[in-house]
Write a protein of this length. Structure first.
Length: 151
């Protein structure tokens, strides 16, 4: 699977190991930054990643910041993005299965490295529940369209 990954300074330390692990699982990963532990504004990376996913440049996006919250909030401002904060395997599975998430956001200060790998594995291996939740996902997208005036 083609993935994009982005972090702020809080996720920088884990990012390299996460990329290495993802590649060992057979994924193609594009690193969108950051490339140092220097303070960096998470909305900039979140928007860059969300735009790449929305444009179809990657199948899924992975964001890592301190809690996952700020990155998800920023990513969700981009039309077509359904970013979910996941702090357990269950939340990751449900984000894909029920909400058809296309971006996962994880907090490096919330979960350890082993749990992060299990979260990402659950997220990436869980299929969407298709028609069962399509109506609800469409309603989410309709809210977005009414807010942006794009539909």
């Amino acid at each position: 699977m083609k993935l994009v990954i982005g972090t702020d300074h809080a996720g920088f330390e884990q990012k390299g190991r996460v990329i290495e692990w993802l590649e060992s699982q057979g994924h193609e990963v594009e690193d969108l930054g950051v490339h140092s532990p220097d303070p960096y504004d998470y909305p900039d990376i979140a928007e860059k990643l969300a735009r790449a996913v929305a444009a179809g440049e990657a199948e899924q996006g992975i964001l890592i910041c301190g809690t996952g919250n700020g990155m998800a909030m920023a990513a969700n401002k981009v039309t077509g993005i359904r970013a979910a904060v996941c702090n357990s395997e269950f939340t990751a599975e449900m984000a894909r299965r029920h909400n058809h998430a296309n971006v996962v956001s994880v907090g490096s200060r919330v979960v350890g490295e082993q749990l992060m790998q299990r979260i990402l594995k659950a997220y990436l291996e869980t299929p969407e529940d298709g028609e069962r939740h399509e109506r609800r996902v469409r309603k989410i997208m309709d809210i977005e369209a009414r807010s942006t005036g794009e539909r």
